[in-house]
Design a protein around this ligand. Structure first.
Ligand SMILES: O=P(O)(O)OC[C@H]1O[C@H](OP(=O)(O)OP(=O)(O)O)[C@H](O)[C@@H]1O
Ligand SMILES: NC(=O)CC[C@H](N)C(=O)O
Ligand code: SF4
Ligand SMILES: [Mg+2]
Length: 476
């Protein structure tokens, strides 16, 4: 059962005019996208039609040692992925990019998002004899493209036909022997953009921060429904799926998932979080001496709150920067609090003061309760909590991992009760009607707050729905 919000996935692709070391370049690109997925990662390099890949469980820095990277050949194209799985368990088989050899060639595919009709599709295909090697929804996309490719003259047309069948969220980067292709679902749930280096390399990535990290300039976002085909002959944009659906960009990308230095659809993530903080200050004002943010993702909104309220911004906490995925939280018997090893309150900033504490979200409420506790231990006189998103009330089916209402604190308690549980003096959330101010005039999805889903809800949303135990199958 998932009880925390997790990031999702990050995709990366590059095409170069001449063969060069694209493995290192992809490694740097994936490093910049690491916040989107920490379970596994992979890179596939295209060396004149030969695909050479390395994928494994772990962080980019763990999976790709200098030794591993130096064994990649030079190439003219590469695709990379960092994963936090939303359909299919966290295991090596589900690592991406997925690679397929088929009648008309080969393909490597990287996916961010989640199909809302994965179960129906998989059932239909299995009944026609399809065999799947993974338990992820991404393999369905790969299978359908391969199947359509038998009937169509090109991989991009196969992708376009496949898009008529897929439902839900997908930002894709796909590589064939000759082409680098990227596409975004017609709702545009997940981000995807491309850029160029001075020497003419094309770079595609989930977020602009990865494009800038490798020294390229962002050209533009891929439009919802658009397919971009890059080859040595230039770029073609296929827009036959554009404007077929209302735009539904994930508002939570601005609030939490994306990196603050990324710019999505012309809106800076940092600026959007500052704005959320300002709105919070207008809608839930409070008399206080200092505003602090919960590291990391609460910091930008805290700055916005401080700017609007005219209350000084302070550094409330120090986060141990060496804490990574491999950090082992102390067991119950050890009488130690893992959070205290990760985070410490700075007494100097908060002692004897009325503190406004800003964070982006409360999911289970565990983190917030303990952070409030740290501030009190450090001598804060009052702690007023402000959250830069509305209460989380509904699961997400589009590529993030919020799937259990029973653990969402806002589904169990009202705001007054939550305030008591986390030990705060007051609590204020961003009102749902203010969400549109964070994303400019763009259409967005806010289903996890509003319950208004843009697509049909999956029949069985469990992440492990393709991984049934033998005992379950016998019962069914
Ligand atoms: O209510 P809870 O279920 O306890 O969790 C909510 C917290 O989880 C996330 O932060 P996280 O610690 O994952 O990382 P970050 O803010 O540093 O990105 C989020 O930003 C909240 O702070
Ligand atoms: N979070 C994601 O975008 C994951 C992509 C895909 N659904 C998977 O589980 O592998
Ligand atoms: S349900 Fe929430 S997290 Fe999921 S795509 Fe919509 S806004 Fe984003
Ligand atoms: Mg946080």
């Amino acid at each position: 059962m998932n009880t925390e919000i997790h990031e999702e996935c990050g995709v990366f692709g590059v095409l170069s005019r001449t063969p060069c070391d694209l493995a290192h370049l992809s490694y740097y690109g994936l490093y910049a996208l690491q916040h989107r997925g920490q379970e596994s990662c992979g890179i596939v390099v295209n060396d004149d039609g030969i695909f050479v890949s390395h994928k494994d469980m772990g962080l980019v820095g763990e999976v790709f040692s200098e030794d591993v990277l130096s064994h990649f050949p030079q190439g003219t194209m590469a695709v990379g992925h960092v994963r936090y799985g939303t359909t299919g368990g966290s295991n090596r088989k589900n690592c991406q990019p997925l690679e397929v050899n088929h009648q008309k060639g080969k393909m490597a595919l990287a996916h961010n998002g989640n199909l809302s009709n994965a179960l129906e599709l998989r059932n239909q295909l299995e009944l026609t004899g399809a065999i799947f090697h993974t338990t992820s929804d991404t393999e369905l996309i790969a299978y359908l493209i391969t199947k359509e490719r038998l009937k169509t003259p090109s991989i991009e047309e196969a992708l376009s036909s496949t898009m008529n069948i897929l439902e839900g969220a997908y930002s894709l980067v796909l590589m064939s022997a000759q082409k680098l292709i990227c596409a975004r679902d017609p709702y545009g749930f997940r981000p995807l953009c491309y850029g160029k280096t001075d020497d003419g390399k094309i770079v595609v990535a989930s977020e602009s921060c990865a494009i800038k990290a490798i020294g390229a300039k962002v050209v533009r976002d891929v439009q919802p429904g658009e397919i971009l085909i890059f080859s040595q002959d230039g770029m073609i944009s296929n827009q036959e799926h554009c404007h077929k659906r209302p735009k539904k960009f994930c508002i939570f990308e601005y609030i939490y998932f994306s990196r603050p230095d990324s710019v999505i659809e012309g809106v800076s993530v940092h600026a959007s979080r500052i704005k959320a903080g300002k709105i919070l200050a207008q809608r839930h004002p409070v008399e206080a001496d200092v505003v602090v943010g919960a590291p990391d993702s609460g910091l930008d909104a805290a700055l916005g709150f401080s700017m609007e309220a005219g209350i000084p911004y302070g550094m409330g906490f120090i986060k141990n920067k060496y804490i990574g995925r491999t950090f082992i939280s102390p067991g119950k018997g050890e009488r130690l609090d893992g959070l205290k090893i990760k985070l410490a309150a700075i007494e100097e900033s908060v002692k004897g003061k009325r503190v406004v504490l800003v964070d982006d979200s409360i999911v289970r409420g565990n983190t917030m309760g303990r952070i409030v506790g740290l501030l009190r231990e450090a001598g804060a006189q009052e702690v007023h909590v402000r959250i830069s998103s509305p209460p989380f009330l509904h699961p997400c089916f589009y590529g993030t991992d919020i799937d259990s209402q029973e653990h969402l604190i806002a589904c169990q308690y009202d705001i007054r009760q939550i305030c008591q549980k986390i030990g705060a003096d007051s609590l204020g959330y961003l009102p749902i009607d203010a969400l549109h101010e964070l994303a400019g005039n763009n259409g967005f999805c806010d289903a996890c707050f509003s319950g208004c889903y843009p697509t049909k809800i999956p029949e069985d949303p469990r992440k492990d729905r393709f991984e049934q135990r033998l005992s379950e199958i016998r019962r069914s």
